[in-house]
Write a protein that binds this ligand. Structure first.
Ligand SMILES: Nc1ncnc2c1ncn2[C@@H]1O[C@H](COP(=O)(O)OP(=O)(O)OP(=O)(O)O)[C@@H](O)[C@H]1O
Length: 315
């Protein structure tokens, strides 16, 4: 996520949006790189939609800037050829057919009419093309929304909760589809509050809470950092003292079982060896993104980001 490859990357710099006394987005900075799927994560009301709407100029930041390929959306000529955005999948005119809908948006964006049939085929909507959108299922709506965003063959895709309401099959299809777009070199930013969904296919994550950045970076790095080590030791008391003294979090699971955070298995073994403490077993426990997310954003009602975990174990 370095700033070098920002041809069609997204750059959010100190973006703030206030609504009266409420600060929906608060001095937010992050970048989104091309050729990757970036999961934009946060609990309800965190400010994801507000931030994404700033990217396409629907909302003007109170301060700070949001640029795509170094330009504000409104300064991009024929912007829908560069940026495709999908927000509310429920906002189609109910009497329009899928084909009508796409033809109207194609005309508005100056895209060739032939693109409509191409996209209907790509999104498996050809058979339903003549049906009124009022009769569409959630999955069809989400696919029509994606088709609309793709009309201008944009290099940048901003998708607000595209997985909302999808069944497991629909979700599997969406994951493969978005990965394909990223592999073509596109910038794909996908918001979600359903974190388990994103864990399976995102390259990078940006986590926000209460309008502020909580963390951003490659998912693998974050998930790698979020592990615990389960230790079996007859010297639990001594090892707890040693580990806690070195600043690591230790939880007693039983008389001879500890869970350690902040250190990998080799580190635990080395510290124990230094102190002449016996280790009978070391297991690394990987935390899923869901657990990581809870740790980062805190449980509902927590006072701020970074609230420590409540010590629950993962299955
Ligand atoms: N037009 C508005 N006027 C006043 N407050 C607003 C407005 N739009 C959003 N907000 C508030 O800003 C905060 C962020 O909202 P936003 O919709 O961006 O969050 P979100 O992360 O997309 O949430 P969700 O996952 O629930 O969609 C919320 O507290 C919301 O109530």
């Amino acid at each position: 996520m370095d700033g070098g490859a920002l041809m069609t990357g997204i750059e959010v710099r100190g973006a703030t949006k206030r609504y009266g006394a409420l600060t929906a987005v608060d001095d937010l900075s992050f970048t989104v790189r091309e050729g990757a799927v970036t999961a934009f994560l946060g609990p309800n009301g965190a400010g994801k939609t507000t931030t994404m709407r700033m990217m396409v100029g629907h909302i003007t930041p109170t301060s700070g800037s949001v640029t795509i390929g170094g330009r504000r959306y409104r300064d991009i000529p024929r912007p829908t050829t560069v940026v495709g955005a999908a927000f509310d999948a429920g906002s189609f005119h109910p009497q329009h057919t899928a084909r009508d809908h796409l033809r109207i948006y194609a005309a508005m964006g100056g895209h060739p009419d032939a693109r409509v049939a191409e996209l209907l085929a790509l999104l498996a909507l050809t058979e339903a093309a003549g049906r009124r959108t009022a009769t569409f299922s959630t999955g069809m709506r989400q696919r029509l929304n994606l088709a609309t965003a793709l009309l201008g063959d944009p290099r940048v895709l901003l998708l607000d909760e595209p997985g909302n309401g999808l069944d497991p099959q629909g979700m599997a299809w969406l994951r493969a589809f978005l990965r394909g777009l990223a592999e073509e070199g596109r910038t794909v930013l996908v918001s979600s509050h359903a974190l388990g969904e994103m864990e399976q296919f995102a390259d990078d994550v940006v986590v926000i809470g209460r309008g502020r950045l909580v963390t951003a970076g490659p998912l693998a790095e974050l998930a790698g950092a979020a592990h615990a080590v389960l230790v079996r030791t007859p010297d639990a008391t001594g090892l707890t003292k040693t580990l806690a003294g070195a600043g690591h979090r230790v939880e007693a699971l039983g008389p001879q079982e500890l869970r350690v955070r902040g250190l990998d298995a080799a580190g635990v073994g080395d510290l124990a060896a230094l102190e002449g403490l016996r280790i009978h077993g070391l297991t690394t426990e990987h935390l899923g993104l869901e657990q990581l997310f809870l740790e980062l954003t805190g449980p509902p009602g927590a006072t701020g980001p970074g609230t420590p975990a409540d010590g629950r174990s993962t299955p």
